[in-house]
Design a protein around this ligand. Structure first.
Ligand SMILES: Cc1cc2nc3c(=O)[nH]c(=O)nc-3n(C[C@H](O)[C@H](O)[C@H](O)COP(=O)(O)O)c2cc1C
Length: 305
């Protein structure tokens, strides 16, 4: 019997639905699947109020762990053949609950010498968050063998508008009846079941070397090269903002978070389109690098820096 553990944190259940659909085709009489939800001691709100949403930025981006409920010993004391780690991106970084888990002693115990498949369901900016997850997995001596990254496939700016409607309003509905539904589409959530097939094959044969290629063949990751530069630049600027904001307390912090909110709007609506235009203008001379980057960010490899 092969033992699979699905570790996840999902506020709205979108990521959880995806994980369940993937599990539906891994499951068989030879495979036992268990779930472990990461539970922060202090719950994050949903729907989010503006202040709480922006207030989560410094600790998220600086990857400061928060206290978690203990993982049940029946899970902790078992050795798993495969772990599927489901996470969402917050501020170009793995969410606080998942980052906290990955920095815990429990993660070391569960993940050491264990093959891991990561599954993310973000708006569309997950690339550098995945690089951070790759590093944390190395620190836990886990072996990343597969990655599935699902996103909102609508235009970048449309997905910004609709995600705010969803995360602040609490409902995954069509804004004003005319915008597309936010987040990962129902069709993509349902079709995630196809990813379980190559995962099960690798698990039963204990042979993971081709798994990521097999996942890519069924569309597990689609790197949008125009977003790579935005994600990298975003990380540079966020580093400055986060290290400034973390030093502020009380009313000062509140005041600076308002400035950060305006900066974010400015970055999304003005800087991101400029980065996109530069991307288009330099597409031909940068073609080879873009192809190299696409291949790297679609892979489970980790660059040494
Ligand atoms: C505080 C916060 C920050 C987020 N930042 C990003 C981001 O940087 N990039 C991105 O693609 N999605 C971002 N998202 C969207 C999430 O990755 C995710 O798709 C959404 O919150 C739904 O996840 P759920 O399964 O937990 O309900 C953010 C969400 C929250 C709540």
């Amino acid at each position: 019997m092969k033992e699979v553990l699905i570790i996840y944190y999902s506020q709205t259940g979108q990521l959880f639905d995806i994980l369940q659909n993937i599990a539906s085709t891994i499951s068989s009489e030879k495979v036992n699947i268990s779930y472990c939800e990461i539970l922060p001691k202090k719950k994050f709100p949903f729907p989010w109020k503006k202040e709480e949403f922006y207030g989560a930025f410094p600790e998220t981006f600086l990857q400061i762990p928060a206290a978690l409920e203990a993982i049940p010993s029946k899970i902790l004391n078992k050795k798993y053949d495969l772990i599927i780690l489901g996470y969402t991106t917050w501020y170009l970084t793995p969410s606080i609950p998942i980052n906290s888990f990955l920095k815990s002693e429990e993660a070391k115990r569960l993940l050491a010498n264990t093959p891991v498949v990561t599954v993310s369901a973000s708006r569309n900016m997950w690339i550098m968050a995945q690089e951070k997850v790759k590093k944390l997995l190395v620190a836990n001596k886990a072996k990343l063998v597969g990655n599935i990254a699902l996103v909102d496939r609508n235009l970048n700016h449309i997905s910004v508008i609709t995600i705010v409607h969803w995360l602040m309003g609490g409902k995954k509905t069509k804004m004003l009846g005319i915008f597309p539904k936010p987040g990962v589409s129902d069709k993509d959530i349902e079709a995630a079941s196809r990813f379980g097939i190559p995962i099960k094959e690798a698990l039963l044969q204990n042979q993971y070397s081709n798994l990521q290629q097999n996942l890519l063949d069924v569309g597990a990751v689609k790197v949008d090269p125009s977003l790579i530069a935005t994600d990298i630049r975003g990380n540079v600027v966020f580093t400055k903002w986060a290290s400034h904001l973390i030093k502020k307390e009380g009313e000062e912090r509140k005041k600076w978070l308002v400035y950060f909110k305006y900066y974010l709007l400015f970055a999304i609506w003005l800087i991101a389109p400029i980065v996109f235009i530069v991307f288009l203008l330099t597409y031909v001379p940068m073609y080879r690098k873009i192809q190299r980057d696409k291949a790297y960010y679609s892979s489970v490899a980790l660059k040494q820096d």
